[in-house]
Design a protein around this ligand. Structure first.
Ligand SMILES: [Zn+2]
Length: 134
């Protein structure tokens, strides 16, 4: 993986305001360290620059990997993932109880591939919601 300078790392972390930019999990309550994520992976020509980097929890980062998108489970169309640099979270997702529901095609492929609603992730999110921490 490409070296990310301390300055660039700080920009990414501060911009994310302590949350995973995909699932919105608060880093302060995470057991594992969050990671710098290339929105467009380097193998697809993505640059190590502020506009192509996101702060992600290890779950979202692992499930996303170097993928750029997937087939929309509703239409079968090849669809890019939600892009935290160019799109607004609340326009693509809606939190209902502890479940993250997609509102758009980009939301649908992101929820599906990044496995936002796995039982253990739902349980963690529910506990955070109960503690007013999500
Ligand atoms: Zn996440």
């Amino acid at each position: 993986m490409t070296y990310v300078s301390v300055e660039l790392r700080q920009i990414v972390i501060q911009r994310a305001q302590g949350r995973c930019e995909y699932c919105r999990y608060p880093e302060a309550f995470a057991f594992l360290t969050f990671e710098i994520e290339h929105i467009v992976a380097e193998k697809h020509g993505g640059e190590t620059a502020s506009a192509n980097l996101a702060w992600a929890c290890p779950h979202c980062n692992r499930f996303k990997g170097t993928d750029l998108g997937s087939l929309d489970p509703e239409t079968g169309q090849l669809t890019p993932f939600f892009n935290p640099r160019t799109q607004e979270w609340h326009k693509h997702f809606n939190l209902q109880d502890a479940r993250i529901l997609p509102l758009t095609p980009e939301g649908r492929v992101t929820v599906a591939v990044l496995r936002f609603n796995l039982p253990e992730r739902l349980q963690e999110r529910r506990q955070l919601l109960d503690a007013n921490a999500y």
